[in-house]
Design a binder for this molecule. Structure first.
Ligand SMILES: [Zn+2]
Length: 58
């Protein structure tokens, strides 16, 4: 698995050290507490819980 880097200028994710979009320096993103991925994971987890509740509460 390649390391995902994040452009320090435009915020694009890339595996290259230089951003392919703006040429900015790409840095390793810190495991942010409120990253979009976490948000999405939380949303999916809640959706799953909601679905299982529907099945149980029938
Ligand atoms: Zn960039």
């Amino acid at each position: 698995m390649k390391h995902i880097l994040k452009c320090s200028l435009c915020g694009s994710y890339t595996t290259a050290e230089a951003c392919p979009k703006c040429g900015g320096k790409a840095l390793s993103p810190r495991p942010a507490r409120f990253s979009p991925e976490d948000k999405y994971g939380d949303y999916r987890r809640r959706a799953k819980e909601l679905q299982s509740c529907k099945e149980v509460c029938k």
